[in-house]
Design a protein around this ligand. Structure first.
Ligand SMILES: [Zn+2]
Ligand SMILES: [Zn+2]
Length: 218
């Protein structure tokens, strides 16, 4: 079973720490900006519509952050006690871990372990995405995507005002400014589809036993 531990949370390498710091900063500053700069002129402070949008935003933010914490704290390694003396079909010997790794487990230098059904190393969580935390990763991407769309929807009036209204100069400035936001959304969609593709490969590969720990023969 995949276990969660708060001790796993902290990122291990310098680039990971930097990326996680940027992600935490974004997840802190964007909600503050939305609640105190964007929402009061739109709905008034502490009105009914203010609280309704606040609740929707909080729901999206809470799920994104919660799933991010689960991605970071969930144990992803293929286990330290797996050492069959005979290499089974599809298994590999990892010289770094000095263990026999099951099929589709790959070693990650940053996590310093073999990760079970490794997808990729996510720098923004400082953790490898694999079999055990894939569900949290997918939900994190979905909620981040929804949050980004929601913020874009709330910010439209503010952005138009900033670029000086609806004329060709404003439209070009808007497109230029929005392209950064769109890129983030496109990257999220790409990551989601890539993970889904990897999942579909996993479920269609019948020769690879998923419950390898309970399978003595493969
Ligand atoms: Zn390894
Ligand atoms: Zn990793």
């Amino acid at each position: 079973m995949a276990s969660f531990s708060w001790k796993n949370i902290l990122p291990r390498t310098k680039p990971d720490r930097l990326a996680v710091f940027a992600a935490v900063l974004e997840l802190t500053l964007v909600p503050i900006f939305e609640v105190f700069v964007i929402m009061p002129p739109l709905f008034g402070l502490f009105t009914l519509s203010f609280w309704m949008h606040f609740l929707v935003g909080f729901y999206l933010w809470f799920n994104a952050v919660g799933n991010m914490i689960m991605v970071m704290g969930t144990e992803t390694s293929s286990g330290k006690n797996i050492l069959p003396s005979v290499l089974k079909t599809g298994w590999r010997y990892c010289p770094v871990c000095m263990l026999n790794a099951p099929p589709r487990a790959h070693h990650c230098g940053d996590c310093n372990t073999c990760v079970l059904v490794r997808d990729h190393h996510c720098v923004f969580t400082g953790r490898c995405v694999g079999h055990n935390n894939m569900r949290y990763y997918l939900m994190m991407v979905v909620f981040l995507f929804c949050s980004a769309m929601y913020c874009n929807y709330l910010n439209i009036d503010y952005a138009w005002e900033l670029v000086g209204g609806m004329h060709w100069k404003g439209i070009i400035t808007m497109l230029y400014q929005r392209s950064a936001g769109c890129l983030v959304i496109i990257v999220h969609v790409f990551l989601f589809y890539r993970a889904m593709w990897n999942l579909s490969v996993r479920f269609s590969t019948v020769s690879v036993p998923l419950n390898f720990s309970r399978t003595s023969r493969s």
